[in-house]
Design a protein around this ligand. Structure first.
Ligand code: AHR
Length: 493
């Protein structure tokens, strides 16, 4: 049932209170060797007809640059626990990618290509080492190869392969989903392995932020048992959480990317909003462990929409619609609310996989609605998150009900406010009033689509694109009508 068009939500921002800094890394990306992501999507090789710089597509690179990508997690995911770094330096060794359908992995995109890409983008690096099928010696050697400053054989080998200066490893995880594809380990076994391996993860003089591979939505107790290890806090600064939006919450029939019914709009967003509770639950588990430092963090290093695969496309390719844009913005509002405890998140994934920023087709590139949300939210990078209260109607579908609007706000370095507003109601525009806005001037952009599954294609690349927003200044209030299924960002000076 449609909400009355007169529905009114009042938003109040507590300007005097501060939640904490929204670390730019909340906007980080995830780059796994999977489907059409690395090969074709990002990397085409120097000999390609597609314009590239040292093998990386120029169009995709420029699009990522505009997002100010703060950090990239690589090489997986499940693939990380199959990755042997020596296959991807010097003479390359092709392998089968057994994590993702046995496709051929040429290993032409390896350590040099990843670190050079991150360096060109100005992005921090998040390396996931292979615990599942690797050895502690192999991982320790990799770190020395990357970071070695001396005359050691590994540092010299890196130089011989074309890189004289060491690169920086900013974040490091040992293993991925170790309860599942990463080795089906019991939590105490993983905790023993983690503390053992971490003792040998020397990165020359560097001190990467050490992250423990944590739970997903269905096994939060895994975190509890891993963190019980009395020495885990000595060798790590935080634990990860994975949580995906499956429209149906059923892994065997997740729901379609396009042409879905309203019931799957409602159930997808209801599931997305569970992120808030999962973060609180996992933080509760962290806080119950007194031996961890007060600033022990929660890294949501995989999240996003996951729908059924599309026939004829590469693994985990999915179309990205206005529903994805709303899912992204709802999650980002939740991360802003937890800015004091969640220093990084990584949407899954960057190009041609799951909730991608970018889809490519041969030489063509399409920016997705999710891309536009990330671009619109760049003012939040490094801003100070402020508490926000909303008073307004719910969106309802059958037994599902949740607030139609979601909001977050942050103070930027120049004192301006950035406000993100999501209208999650697919049917009705909603009037919004921002109280005590204190605005001398306001500008804004809105992203909406003509249908729940509105999306961009090579033929119609601009069907979903940000437009200027109409915002009225009324004394100390700002008012606007937020279109059905929309994401807005306002800048208030
Ligand atoms: O993002 C796709 C996969 O989802 C990752 O490889 C894995 O960690 C998770 O199960």
């Amino acid at each position: 049932m449609a909400t009355p068009a007169s529905a009114q939500t009042v938003v109040s921002i507590e300007r005097e209170a501060e939640i904490g800094t929204i670390e730019p890394e909340v906007y980080s990306q995830f780059l796994e060797h999977l489907g059409g992501q690395v090969y074709g999507g990002l990397w085409v090789g120097e000999d390609s007809d597609i314009a590239n710089t040292h093998g990386v597509r120029d169009d995709v690179f420029a699009a990522l640059q505009a997002l100010q990508v703060p950090a990239i997690r690589w090489p997986g995911g499940c693939y990380a626990d199959l990755y042997h770094w020596r296959d991807g330096v010097g003479e390359r060794t092709p392998r089968e990618n057994m994590a993702w359908g046995g496709t051929e992995e040429p290993n032409t995109f390896g350590t040099h290509e990843f670190f050079n890409l991150a360096e060109r983008l100005g992005a921090k690096t998040y390396l996931n080492v292979n615990l599942g099928s690797g050895t502690v010696e192999e991982a320790a050697d990799w770190l020395e190869y990357i970071t070695g400053t001396g005359e050691t054989a590994l540092a010299q080998e890196r130089r011989a392969n074309g890189r004289s200066e060491p690169w920086t490893i900013d974040y490091l995880s040992i293993g991925n989903e170790t309860w599942g594809c990463g080795g089906r380990m019991r939590p105490d076994y993983y905790a023993d392995l983690y503390t053992h391996w971490a003792s040998f993860m020397f990165a020359d003089e560097q001190k990467p932020v050490m992250i423990v591979a944590g739970p997903h939505d269905g096994n939060i107790e895994f975190a509890d048992e891993v963190l019980d290890h009395p020495m885990i806090g000595d060798v790590s600064s935080g634990i990860s959480l994975h949580f995906y939006t499956l429209p149906t919450s059923d892994w065997s029939a997740k729901g379609a990317a396009i042409g879905f019914p309203e019931s799957e709009w409602a159930s997808a967003l209801e599931r997305t909003l569970r992120m808030d509770g999962l973060i609180e639950q996992t933080l509760g588990v962290i806080d119950a462990h007194d031996h961890l430092g007060e600033d022990y963090g929660l890294y949501v290093d995989e999240w996003g929409m996951w729908v059924d695969e599309t026939e004829g496309k590469s693994s985990l390719w999915q179309q990205n619609t206005m529903r994805d844009a709303v899912v992204a913005a709802l999650n980002l509002n939740i991360f802003h609310k937890h800015a004091d405890r969640v220093p990084m998140t990584n949407i899954a994934q960057m190009v041609n996989v799951l909730q991608a920023m970018i889809l490519t087709e041969g030489e063509d590139m399409v920016l997705t609605p999710t891309y536009h949300v990330y671009e619109m939210f760049t003012p939040f990078h490094g801003a100070t998150s402020l508490p926000v209260e909303l008073d307004g109607p719910d969106y309802r579908y059958g037994d599902i009900a949740f607030p139609a609007l979601s909001a977050s706000a942050a103070r930027m370095a120049d004192g301006s406010l950035a406000v993100a507003l999501v209208n999650a109601d697919p049917n009705s525009d909603h009037a919004v009033t921002l109280e005590r806005a204190g605005a001398r001037s306001v500008s804004g952009r809105v992203l909406t689509g003509d249908a729940m599954d509105a999306h961009n294609t090579v033929a119609q690349p601009g069907r979903v694109a940000p437009q200027p927003a109409e915002i009225r200044v009324d004394g100390d209030r700002l008012t606007a009508s937020l279109p059905a299924r929309s994401v807005s960002v306002w800048i208030i000076k």
